[in-house]
Design a protein around this ligand. Sequence first.
Ligand SMILES: *[C@@H]1O[C@H](CO)[C@@H](O)[C@H](O)[C@H]1NC(C)=O
Ligand SMILES: *[C@@H]1O[C@H](CO)[C@@H](O)[C@H](O)[C@H]1NC(C)=O
Ligand SMILES: *[C@@H]1O[C@H](CO)[C@@H](O)[C@H](O)[C@H]1NC(C)=O
Ligand SMILES: *[C@@H]1O[C@H](CO)[C@@H](O)[C@H](O)[C@H]1NC(C)=O
Ligand SMILES: *[C@@H]1O[C@H](CO)[C@@H](O)[C@H](O)[C@H]1NC(C)=O
Ligand SMILES: *[C@@H]1O[C@H](CO)[C@@H](O)[C@H](O)[C@H]1NC(C)=O
Ligand SMILES: *[C@@H]1O[C@H](CO)[C@@H](O)[C@H](O)[C@H]1NC(C)=O
Ligand SMILES: *[C@@H]1O[C@H](CO)[C@@H](O)[C@H](O)[C@H]1NC(C)=O
Ligand SMILES: *[C@@H]1O[C@H](CO)[C@@H](O)[C@H](O)[C@H]1NC(C)=O
Ligand SMILES: *[C@@H]1O[C@H](CO)[C@@H](O)[C@H](O)[C@H]1NC(C)=O
Length: 524
Amino acid sequence: MAAIMRTSAILLLALFVVGTDALSRPRHRPIGRSYVKRTEVQRNGPLVDLNGTELPPLNTTYFFDQLIDHDNPSLGTFKQRYWHTWEFYETGGPIILTTPGEGNAEGSEDFLVNSTIDGMIAQELSGATIVLEHRYYGLSNPYNNLSVASLQYHTIQQAIDDLAYFAYNVKLPMPGGDNVTPDVAPWILIGGSYAGALTSFTKVNKPDVFYAAWSSSGVVESIVNYWGYFDIIRKHMPQNCSSDVQAVIGHIDDVFTSGNDTAITVIKDLFNMSLTHLDDFASALQNPIWEWQGLQPSSDLSDSLFFPFCDALEVKDNQTAPPEGWGLENALNAWAGFWQETYYPYFCGDEDAETCFGTYNASSAYYTDLAVNNADRSWNWIVCNQMGFNQDGAPDGVPTIVSRLIQPDYWERQCVLMFPEAFSSPPTPRVNETNAAYQGWFVKSDRLFFANGERDPWRDVTISADGTDFKSTSTQPIVMGDGFHCSDMFAPNGEVDSTIAAVQAQGLATMKSWLETWEPPTRR
Ligand SMILES: *[C@@H]1O[C@H](CO)[C@@H](O)[C@H](O)[C@H]1NC(C)=O
Ligand SMILES: *[C@@H]1O[C@H](CO)[C@@H](O)[C@H](O)[C@H]1NC(C)=O
Ligand SMILES: *[C@@H]1O[C@H](CO)[C@@H](O)[C@H](O)[C@H]1NC(C)=O
Ligand SMILES: *[C@@H]1O[C@H](CO)[C@@H](O)[C@H](O)[C@H]1NC(C)=O
Ligand SMILES: *[C@@H]1O[C@H](CO)[C@@H](O)[C@H](O)[C@H]1NC(C)=O
Ligand SMILES: *[C@@H]1O[C@H](CO)[C@@H](O)[C@H](O)[C@H]1NC(C)=O
Ligand SMILES: *[C@@H]1O[C@H](CO)[C@@H](O)[C@H](O)[C@H]1NC(C)=O
Ligand SMILES: *[C@@H]1O[C@H](CO)[C@@H](O)[C@H](O)[C@H]1NC(C)=O
Ligand SMILES: *[C@@H]1O[C@H](CO)[C@@H](O)[C@H](O)[C@H]1NC(C)=O
Ligand SMILES: *[C@@H]1O[C@H](CO)[C@@H](O)[C@H](O)[C@H]1NC(C)=O
């Protein structure tokens, strides 16, 4: 994905895509951060605190000595990276902590300032902000590789323990920063997507560390077969595009399961993709649909080929299709044309299809690259072991916009290839254990604010899932806007969508009222 540079004199921001190659080109199971276009904060003049004293640049990297194993401190520590500012801080104000979750945290300085909810809260409540890189992502690693042996301390529980140990032991570089542990100052934990789940899990597992918390699009309920991901997209995308995508996928599934090699070759030739395995072909076609996750209400934050894809299928001779679409023949040819001209070069560059989409070659770098800062590998470790979230075709009888050839076994087979020392056969992720340990959808916590988006494809594993009816309460509000994934975390979305502005305003007011009652834990 080429860096897209835009500048705005008014916002003093330069916007561009940040993140590692692995994240900006998520070929399997994207989540969260990988699809949100992030912003680099640039300033017109120095950053100063409330006294007018100049502050270190936002991208100054700090290091915390984190325990490798919270169950066995004698194993020693590793350097965990963090970023921090005290632009709005006054003594007694809250310490606001976010981990960006499953990716390199460089370039997340926006979570320090008021273009995000973290900075908005800091500004309103005179707080200081921190971004903490999650263990096993970026350069925050106990060991210098991501071998299975090294990954044994990569668990949800260790990540929760990191947050607590950090809060109780960090000496922040700001004035008075050696005296703001959670027993003397209120801490607020904020996270989106996986980190939103981690926020909820932390409130459940360690209720006293963070006085208040904000979970945005928190994927709290671990599910092995998460076909609902595409079901939400199907329900919210333009109906003509949905109809035509269903027609194409239905046809391809019929042909791929027919055993008619002639007909199968016709389809492969149409897309010019000679993949050996039909499920790899079917999964490749998930990618234009996954583009939905790149949508945000603010065009400055949105980065997606979803609508160009739908336009390619639905606009013909300057006319737009009715809700039922143009039908299979046009849709199949239009999809294949868009694929060859636009999507394949964008996604695969010069790579051949087998290298770009194949999942059967145990020697491919995708499976064998153990280098640190390989977010795909670290995230897959969590997915294969603890969370599942396989993004599959719908069950028979439910309309589907991705192939029904894609089922959990497609992904679980890959777990074995990626982590052969850990799995001798396709593992079923231990989602029941995860949900039992951290309460999943049934979380009950004090001062935990849930924010979700109607059009977020991850919504069905959040506390606002379709078919559930979890009640919003004053100690655990559940607030919906009509945004996408993690939309409420970013100020520009509130500027263009009043429902998101309302979520942000309610969240800010809630944090303010909760902090008014803060007392040290010993007096609670
Ligand atoms: C601002 O100045 C006051 C008074 O000198 C001092 O107590 C406070 O620590 C300063 N705040 C910061 C963030 O430096
Ligand atoms: C921080 O940002 C400045 C200006 O954008 C850049 O010159 C500098 O190299 C960056 N420092 C680090 C440690 O990334
Ligand atoms: C955000 O913070 C900057 C200072 O960094 C301030 O100039 C600006 O007014 C703030 N924005 C809002 C909407 O309050
Ligand atoms: C991974 O790192 C550990 C610790 O440094 C080392 O003992 C091990 O040999 C490495 N494994 C691989 C496969 O590189
Ligand atoms: C048809 O598709 C176009 C292009 O994607 C979209 O803008 C329009 O809203 C759709 N119309 C209907 C009726 O679904
Ligand atoms: C196989 O598919 C081809 C091409 O679509 C078609 O012409 C042929 O009739 C099919 N054969 C059978 C046995 O259905
Ligand atoms: C089809 O794909 C091959 C590579 O697999 C490429 O060399 C060729 O140019 C493509 N054909 C068209 C018409 O794009
Ligand atoms: C489509 O519309 C554009 C501009 O509105 C026009 O230039 C073009 O000739 C039209 N194409 C067709 C096929 O009608
Ligand atoms: C598997 O991947 C390796 C490493 O990239 C490559 O050398 C080999 O040709 C691939 N095998 C097949 C069958 O594509
Ligand atoms: C989780 O528990 C339910 C109820 O006991 C059971 O039906 C299901 O198979 C379990 N799922 C997994 C992945 O172990």
